[in-house]
Ligand binder design. Sequence first.
Ligand code: MG
Length: 324
Amino acid sequence: MQQFIRGVIRKHFVSSYLANEHDAAVLPIETGAIAFTTDTYVVRPLFFPGGDIGKLAVFGTINDLAMVGAIPQYLSVGMILEEGFSIETVNCVVDSIQKATIECGVEVVTGDTKVVERGKGDGIFLNTAGVGIIKHRLAIEPASLVEGDALIVSGDLGRHGIAVMAAREGLEFETTIQSDCAPLAAMVQDLLKYGIHLHCLRDLTRGGLASALNEIAISAQCSIVVEEERIPIQSEVRGACEMLGIDPLYIANEGRMIAFVPQAQALRAAEVMQKHEVGRGASWIGKVVGTDIKGSNGHVAIKSRVGILRTLDFLSGDQLPRIC
Ligand code: MG
């Protein structure tokens, strides 16, 4: 096991903390606040167009830190392997983790590997936890929403879920749909640098845009209206969704977020986002309203192309399992 950890896993990471080989990493941290989060990744297949489980495990945790405006710094990586799982594949996954951490400017400072008996796992599961530092003084959270806030989405929706689904089921579309899997932290830092008063951010992972909006509306006790025709969705994704009978607004994305900003800063915020590759398709899609169509709070409505309002609800059940 020691040999395996050193020879297969550790060799990918250059870190003085790991080199210390102690029970815990002692991390210097600037004063202020830190953000701390964790997530577990069980996606199947492990490799899909535009990404793989390693990239996902790094970007997913980085993005959760970014959603509170933190600058990601340190990561842990926990790995559960099933006995007999290919060492070559472990190498590919760990290599992908390492490349993703370099891309994000973060360091893996601690980790763990466990092997379970054959038949008691499913090849490989990953868990990452992350620590980031917070330098801003905003409260980037649902409670900060106010009536009139503009809602901006960072780009087109649905590609991650469809890319994984297509790879899993061997579906072929005219062009290969690539996952949107990407880190969002640099774009969020830029929004802060340009003085955008971010009221709330949320990455659009499991459950997609519709679930994120409902979660926020409920916790902020406000109502949100989105305009259907302004939501960016690639035509290939739209076609795939029609074929599979799923709604793109509920599909998981891994490199997309929404931002609630003061109405007066909406244009500026979208412009700052568009400067980044991950925000190229940033678009204003809706707003926080006072009284909604139901006259209640905690409600999300969608305005159709012809101006009809309907409720955009939570999805009952998991539309696409094992997607992240
Ligand atoms: Mg999240």
